[in-house]
Design a protein around this ligand. Structure first.
Ligand SMILES: CC(C)(COP(=O)(O)OP(=O)(O)OC[C@H]1O[C@@H](n2cnc3c(N)ncnc32)[C@H](O)[C@@H]1OP(=O)(O)O)[C@@H](O)C(=O)NCCC(=O)NCCS
Length: 400
């Protein structure tokens, strides 16, 4: 039934719109002017913040900078990582929204990584000072785990880790949590790498094709019902958009978390391949967030959630704080590139807290699982339509 109904939809789409897939249009999403590459320049500029973070850590390790001054300078550096690209995106007109999302996502990753780098080095200094060291705040300080065929290379100890080589390995590695010694795989498996590379190229083309052929016309057709506030039509459009949106999201998940991250990990002989767990079996919203994006979840636990619990915050307060921080980053990645402050992404993430409470209290087993899937299938197209509608009204309607 699924194959038949989707084949019909696919054919209907082709008959109605013809072939809309256009690879050249994809380039124009990233570049307005072929002689101006603001996104690339911004990404290269991110290295300045990396160099500053390493210089600060070296001084802290040598004792030529006090802990207080180090913390203040690190905070300034981290704030600049978020504010500088946002300022440039808001001011420079030649940057496209898609290029800006991509750039801000890279800056957000650098922010999370340097935050982790700073925390781990601080824990190392604390441990160095206390002769009878208590167990490290996290297993990160212990020798690298013998995981995934670890070959037991020479291990680095603090402060010998404060080198460009060590830091840049971490910056390119598919993890957000710094360790002095990462688990490493013994060799690059060529067949595995080629399979993942093939998937990467195939699925990115499929994603672009589906967006151009299926998502864009459906979204364009949704603008009129939104303008007229025709509720039954809005719901019909929403349900129509939910199908391609969900398919694209599932393909994106596989493409990014399985194909891309494994390609990077294989090339870097990075041993920890736990990028996702079985989120599709989630019977609660909390289980979903613990399992769908493991790099982000591990960072949240290690650098935000557990430190808050240790400082005496309640579990509820710590969870709420993590979701609000996550909501802030989702909003940052959308509102700044689109140059319009709308709270939809923030509200979507913040709504996870009451949703988690509701599902855990009233729904069990398969009902809980269905609730998680429904929230994914319906929640995302609502957010997509909200943003596109507001962007359309702001940028095109006024001009007509
Ligand atoms: C908020 C969040 C971190 C909570 O995670 P959780 O796994 O539900 O939290 P739990 O309360 O079950 O505890 C997790 C850990 O904290 C430990 N812990 C719990 N209470 C503790 C306490 N009082 N003191 C110390 N540790 C404690 C647990 O033992 C557990 O440790 P483990 O991971 O080593 O087993 C998680 O929901 C999350 O990552 N949310 C955000 C996800 C997100 O925004 N992703 C964006 C993707 S695009």
């Amino acid at each position: 039934m699924l194959v038949l109904s989707n084949a019909r939809l696919f054919l209907e789409n082709l008959i109605k719109y013809g072939i809309l897939v256009d690879p050249i249009q994809v380039v124009s999403l990233f570049l307005k002017d072929p002689y101006s590459w603001p996104s690339l320049c911004l990404i290269i500029a991110a290295n300045v913040f990396v160099v500053v973070a390493l210089a600060l850590e070296r001084r802290l390790a040598a004792g030529s900078l006090s802990e207080g001054a180090g913390a203040a300078l690190h905070t300034l550096n981290l704030l600049a990582i978020l504010c500088f690209p946002a300022g440039v995106v808001l001011v420079v007109t030649s940057i496209t929204p898609v290029g800006a999302v991509f750039t801000l996502a890279i800056y957000t990753i650098v922010f999370l990584k340097l935050f982790s780098f700073r925390d781990v080095n601080k824990w190392c200094r604390e441990r160095r000072e206390v002769k009878t060291a208590p167990p490290a705040p996290e297993d990160s300080l212990a020798p690298a785990k013998k995981a995934n065929g670890d070959v037991g290379r020479n291990e680095v100890t603090y402060p010998a880790n404060l080198t460009y080589r060590n830091l840049y390995y971490f910056l390119f590695a598919p993890t957000l949590c710094y360790e002095l010694n990462f688990p490493r795989s013994p060799r690059v498996r060529k067949r595995f790498l080629l399979r993942r590379l093939f998937e990467m190229l195939f699925f990115i083309q499929l994603l672009v094709g589906l967006i151009q052929q299926w998502m864009v016309p459906t979204i364009q057709n949704s603008m009129k019902p939104f303008r007229d506030m025709d509720y039954s039509r809005i719901i019909e459009r929403l349900l129509k958009l939910a199908v391609p949106n969900h398919l694209i999201w599932l393909i994106f998940f596989y493409w990014f978390f399985h194909s891309c991250l494994n390609v990077v990990a294989e090339v870097m002989q990075f041993g920890d391949r736990e990028f996702y767990r079985d989120w599709w079996n989630s019977e609660s919203v909390t289980y979903f967030w613990q399992n769908w994006n493991i790099p982000v979840h591990k960072w949240c636990l290690r650098h935000f959630y557990k430190p808050m619990l240790k400082r005496g915050a309640s579990k509820w307060a710590a969870q709420t704080a993590v979701f609000l921080a996550s909501a802030f980053f989702h909003e940052y990645l959308l509102s700044v590139p689109l140059k319009m402050l709308r709270p939809w992404a923030f509200m979507g993430m913040a709504a996870q807290i009451p949703l988690a409470w509701f599902v855990s209290k009233f729904l069990r087993g398969n009902y809980g699982n269905a609730a998680v899937w429904m929230s994914l299938i319906i929640g995302q197209p609502i957010a997509v339509l909200m943003y596109v509608h507001d962007y359309y009204v702001l940028n095109y309607e006024g001009n007509q």
